[in-house]
Design a protein around this ligand. Structure first.
Ligand code: ZN
Length: 482
């Protein structure tokens, strides 16, 4: 195949994936385009999914000692200029407010792309002594980053997230905090979203601008591409020095605080869609699904309708304290239409109930992720059955994603093999890298693959850099990414 044909082929493939994703999101009514380019409207079903991610995460954030607070969305332009690397990283994507109340503002205001600057300005006022530390704050907010190419949930100009910001008395405490929150994100992703993640450190090139070290969780999507699902940054004293966060140490002298910041966003909704979905649409893990079970009544005559609906309502009321259950009693749609409607939306379990089922006191159970059915399930003890079934589905979805990742992770030692693997089938590639920034950038230019993560606890396995052949001590994980 010629190079041009290759490129054309890639483009088609890209478009197909993109269409599948956008169709899945829109058909499930998770989100819609807004009149402002690059922004999205999160529809009720999508927002319910986000709330089910927020709720456990908020609890985990509080359980690890943090408090929620809220800071303004407008940041004086001068604040952003205080940390050199930070401003270089973010200035190009900032939205700037120049007018307010019909007048030109004396100082333009930035719509926050992230809140390090304004939060650390306040921290400088609040932190005086070692007794004020650690300061552990989290904010749930929207942020704005002017994006040129956008995709619902994955990359939008405005998005929702949480951003943690902390200040500590020692570098050891800051590092401990950075890793603790990365572990919280790992648990959220694996235990709630059923998405296995690699954890580790980002390279210099991929580091958050203004941080000393960036750690991340990386998930594999069903098309073999990587998705960065969360980051945790050790900021060292960079922002403390820029914003004058100083405290009187226990020993006496004034010292700059040691800081962290960490965040996950509505991108996680996109991760669930891309990480579990199939040709029919979404497949939601039970723990975050807005509806865990949908009951679909099946009847023909009015007489059947009365008995079936009554049985369905009884079932719904028995289950509604235990799980998120919904009875689809719409009269103007056929059962077939309803089956499809809830499959597209990824509801993990569906109960189909017809007149014979009512007479026999049984249910037909349809399971979304496996496409299987369990017939003749007794209505007695359905509460226990369904709770156990949802646990099983959650576990199987995680295992399936884990198996998929294992199957699509490759050990590759030649650059030609590396390129071929990416063009054929994407996936994660474990390969040697010389730790040179330029070599990493060349690989990105030549293959569109980036180093997603330098995983924790990998044993040294000396070898040669995949591209330049220089000595390398360890492998890293490459992939094309969203
Ligand atoms: Zn190299």
């Amino acid at each position: 195949m010629t190079q041009m044909a290759d490129a054309a082929h890639d483009e088609t493939q890209g478009r197909e994936d993109e269409n599948w994703y956008t169709d899945a999101v829109r058909k499930a009514e998770l989100a819609d385009y807004s009149p402002v380019k690059g922004c999205m409207v999160i529809r009720p079903y999508g927002y319910a999914l986000w709330e089910n991610i927020q709720r456990p995460l908020d609890k985990m954030i509080k359980d690890t000692g943090h408090q929620n607070a809220y800071f303004p969305m407008f940041i004086p332009e001068s604040f952003l200029n205080k940390e050199k690397e930070h401003v270089e990283g973010f200035a190009p994507e900032c939205a700037v407010v120049t007018h307010g109340g019909g007048k030109k503002l004396e100082e333009p205001l930035i719509v926050r792309p992230t809140s390090e600057t304004i939060i650390n300005h306040m921290f400088a006022k609040w932190v005086q002594s070692w007794r004020d530390l650690p300061l552990l704050i989290n904010q749930w907010a929207n942020v704005v980053r002017w994006e040129m190419r956008t995709r619902l949930f994955l990359r939008t100009t405005e998005f929702l997230w949480q951003e943690g910001h902390t200040a500590h008395a020692t570098p050891e405490e800051a590092e401990e905090e950075t890793l603790k929150m990365l572990e919280v994100y790992r648990q959220l992703s694996e235990d709630w979203l059923a998405l296995p993640v690699l954890t580790g450190q980002k390279t210099e090139n991929e580091r958050f601008r203004g941080a000393v070290r960036t750690y991340c969780i990386e998930a594999m999507m069903r098309d073999g591409k990587a998705l960065q699902a969360g980051t945790s940054h050790n900021l060292g004293q960079n922002f403390a020095k820029a914003f004058g966060i100083q405290f009187q140490s226990q020993a006496g002298p004034l010292e700059h605080a040691w800081q962290t910041s960490w965040g996950v966003s509505t991108r996680l909704v996109g991760a669930i869609v891309l990480g579990h979905g199939d040709e029919k649409g979404l497949i939601l893990p039970p723990k975050v699904a807005p509806y865990q079970v949908v009951i679909v009544p099946i009847y023909k005559s009015d007489e059947e309708k009365a008995t079936v609906l009554q049985a369905c309502r009884e079932l719904e009321s028995r289950l509604k304290d235990k799980i998120r259950v919904h009875l689809d009693d719409r009269d103007n749609y056929t059962p077939g239409f309803k089956f499809n409607h809830w499959e597209v939306r990824g509801v993990p379990v569906r109960f189909n109930i017809g007149p014979k089922d009512v007479a026999n006191k049984v249910i037909e159970v349809a399971i979304r992720h496996s496409g299987t059915k369990e017939r003749g399930i007794s209505q007695d003890g359905i509460e226990t059955y369904v709770v156990e079934l949802l646990k099983k589905v959650q576990k199987e979805m995680f295992q399936r994603a884990l198996d998929f990742r294992a199957k699509n992770t490759h050990q590759i030692d030649s650059y030609d093999g590396f390129k071929k693997q990416l063009d054929d089938n994407n996936g994660f590639i474990e390969a040697h890298w010389c730790e040179d920034d330029d070599c990493e950038l060349k690989i990105k230019e030549e293959t569109k693959a980036t180093i997603r993560v330098m995983p924790f606890n990998w044993k040294p396995t000396p070898g040669k850099c995949i591209r330049c052949g220089k000595d390398s001590q360890k492998k890293v994980v490459f992939a094309r990414a969203y």
